[in-house]
Design a protein around this ligand. Structure first.
Ligand code: ATP
Length: 371
């Protein structure tokens, strides 16, 4: 018989947190599987840090329980939980060198021979050469890696990361994202990472929980969240979406036909999370990079029919990897299009008449009645 080690699963059952009459986290059920890299993603104030602090034991839930594997840790103090936290402020001891910073947790537990373990940890975070330096002699990214090594040396089952890269500049942050991912894969324990940066969550995590106003709006892999957002909040928080208010014209088999501003759209039923009764309203979403843009004069070959709409360029900006266009059309007044494969067509300038079209498989349908 094979057994699965689930001792690093984190299970939140109905946990919530209220401060007076304000609810920071509404009752939440969430399971983070052992060994996964999990991100809590959301804008400032959405409750992600509070959720993390309840897992760490730094905040007592108002209701609900926290389990680690089979163990109910809801009322255990932080130091009795097999978890450790890395904060944005590295909180290193300035007077101790890097070796002693990393050794600290072992020494506190009375362990005498720490050399091998500390050296292994420093190798893991690629700071073997820096052992005798003091924290102020290291870069921000290096200091953050010391904080990770120090948190991992006690072999927690779960590592919690609270905006750990927030203080780093963009380039260093990108390097550290990959570095943390490598470390997580190497040690294989559960990482739960809090961030407001969607790109960071999508780069690092295998599962992302998108939080909004104290609730998880959607949970899924980065690709799933991007391609199949279920709410307008998720559609707009992860990247940019054009959302077209459309009316259901008919449904036939796997296809929903809609009308909007004189144009016809089609949407595969499987990609629509809203009820789609004839005459009802649906928001049809299409990502800016999924749209093809053609000068009207060249659009003769694009068949008339669905998902082909006309418009006029009102703005364009070249941003290196792509050109971003804003298009005014009867279907959607501010259509955004990111085009990568247009050889700088000199006619695609503000004022030009254009045709937009796209593959319906790239669209998604949302409930137009949602908040
Ligand atoms: P940020 O990215 O800014 O840290 P967050 O998503 O992590 O935001 P939380 O820190 O979890 O948000 O806070 C959620 C809400 O709870 C916020 O509105 C915050 O003001 C409120 N809050 C947090 N701690 C307390 C507290 N001790 N007393 C009262 N309100 C609090």
């Amino acid at each position: 018989m094979t057994t699965t080690d689930n001792s690093g699963d984190v299970r939140l059952s109905g946990i919530s947190k209220t401060y007076g009459s304000f609810t920071a986290v509404h009752p939440l059920d969430l399971t983070v599987p052992q060994g996964s890299f999990f991100a809590l993603l959301g804008a400032s104030g959405c409750g992600k840090t509070t959720t993390l602090r309840m897992i760490a034991g730094l905040e007592e839930p108002t209701l609900g329980t926290v389990h680690l594997g089979d163990q109910d840790v809801t009322h255990l103090p932080p130091y009795k939980r097999p978890v450790n936290t890395v904060f944005q402020s590295y909180a290193l001891f300035p007077h101790l060198d890097i070796f002693e910073n990393v050794a600290f947790g072992l020494r506190r537990r009375g362990i005498k021979s720490v050399k091998k373990q500390v050296e292994e940890m420093l190798e893991l975070v690629q700071l073997g050469e820096q052992a005798r330096k003091k924290p102020h002699q290291l870069s921000g990214g290096q200091q953050q890696r010391v904080a990770v090594a120090r948190a991992l040396i006690n072999h927690p089952k779960v590592l919690l990361l609270d905006e750990p890269l927030g203080a780093l500049d963009l380039k260093l942050r990108r390097q550290m994202q990959l570095e943390l991912k490598r470390i997580q894969m190497e040690v294989g324990i559960t990482f739960i990472h809090v961030t407001h940066d969607q790109e960071e969550a999508m780069t690092m995590a295998d599962t992302v929980a998108v939080m909004n106003a104290g609730r998880v709006e959607q949970l899924g892999s980065p690709a799933d969240l991007y391609e199949n957002p279920q709410t307008t909040f998720v559609a707009n928080f992860l990247g940019t979406s054009n959302l077209i208010e459309a009316e259901v014209d008919s449904t036939s088999g796997d296809d929903i036909v809609l009308k909007a501003g004189g144009g016809k759209l089609s949407l595969p039923s499987a990609r629509c999370s809203a009820p789609a009764a004839t005459g009802g309203k649906v928001l049809v979403g299409i990502r800016p990079e999924k749209i093809s843009l053609t000068a009207a004069a060249d659009a003769g070959e694009i068949p008339e029919g669905r998902n082909r709409i006309t418009g006029r360029i009102v703005d364009s900006s070249f941003i290196g990897v792509s050109t971003q266009y804003v298009i005014d059309s009867p279907v959607c007044p501010e259509f955004e299009v990111y085009a990568q494969n247009i050889d700088r067509d000199a006619r695609l300038v503000p004022g030009a008449e254009v045709v937009l079209h796209w593959n319906p498989a790239h669209t998604f349908g949302l409930d137009a009645a949602q908040d």
